[in-house]
Write a protein that binds this ligand. Sequence first.
Ligand SMILES: NC(=O)c1ccc[n+]([C@@H]2O[C@H](COP(=O)([O-])OP(=O)(O)OC[C@H]3O[C@@H](n4cnc5c(N)ncnc54)[C@H](OP(=O)(O)O)[C@@H]3O)[C@@H](O)[C@H]2O)c1
Length: 318
Amino acid sequence: MGFWIVFIPSSLLVILLVKLYIKLTSARCESNVCLSGKTVIVTGANTGIGYETALDLAKRGAKVILACRNEEKAKAAVRNIIEETYNNNVSYRILDLGSLGSVRRFAEEINTTEERLDILINNAGLQMVPEISGLSDDGLHPVMQANYFGHFLLTHLLTDLLKKSSPSRIVNVSSMAAGHTTFNNLDELNSDASVYSIYSRSKLCNFLFTLELHERLKNTGITTYSLHPGVIYTEFTRNMPIVIKQVAEFVVKWFCKDAREGAQTTIHCAVAKDIEKYSGLYFADCKLASFPRKADMELAKSLWRLSEELVKLDKKYI
Ligand SMILES: NC(=O)c1ccc[n+]([C@@H]2O[C@H](COP(=O)([O-])OP(=O)(O)OC[C@H]3O[C@@H](n4cnc5c(N)ncnc54)[C@H](OP(=O)(O)O)[C@@H]3O)[C@@H](O)[C@H]2O)c1
């Protein structure tokens, strides 16, 4: 009994102090840029980091398009954002990054209905999904497709609109997890491996994609950034086996940042002034950061060529 009388209040105090520390030290996007007249697309914006990013950009007056795969969730997110921001220029369109056909349909709708696109935020991601194996209808690994190949195709199909609206930005949400992996050859990209390896590889692809994208977009007025948002309490644990999920949720809920704090680096890369000189580079905590492994431009170039083939690009867009 005496043990618990000491243990419970001490544990609560530790949790409280950690939370306070996180609140006080979390980097915030300091920019107060107004985005009135600008158009933004955020993929995977119905929840988590994507939702908080869309909410912030809507508060700044942007026209925000939530690109989501689930209509009910998308509608609810749009409703909540409009209620909170009084910005009626917030809408959704269906985008399932796990289907190249859906990506093409989404891009065609955007290209025919939108006059401009100022910021594209490639945020959506599937994390640690143990039951996924085999390939999608497009012949790609489903996690690789949702996290990387889908965004690769989407970016290509929207580049003309981004060019037309320049200066414009492409923000790719990667992860520090990318620093703990590599591929020995590109065939590994579509092969089964541990859930952590597949996730890390997809995030490494987001990073490499950004490096090469910058090389190819020089002098177009489009700049691009990749980033690590931190370890954030979102729905990312939802696909984990139940025991791991509960432990992971407890840890991230009490010892990590919340989704609003987790969106800050994405928002910084989307709106901060004077970061164009850092195009192609990697950010964390709202500032330039060093990626946990050497930037391999050769690998970035080979990945690009393979990706062009695998998403069946019909012409050169970039
Ligand atoms: N949370 C972290 O600690 C952390 C750390 C490093 C990097 N990240 C990265 O941050 C990004 C956002 O993650 P989060 O933590 O906010 O995760 P989350 O709460 O699970 O949200 C992920 C979003 O992506 C969407 N999505 C998944 N597959 C999709 C598909 N095939 N097509 C369209 N949308 C799809 C989800 O839609 P549904 O709701 O319909 O499934 C959801 O809106 C991800 O790229 C993730 O890798 C997160």
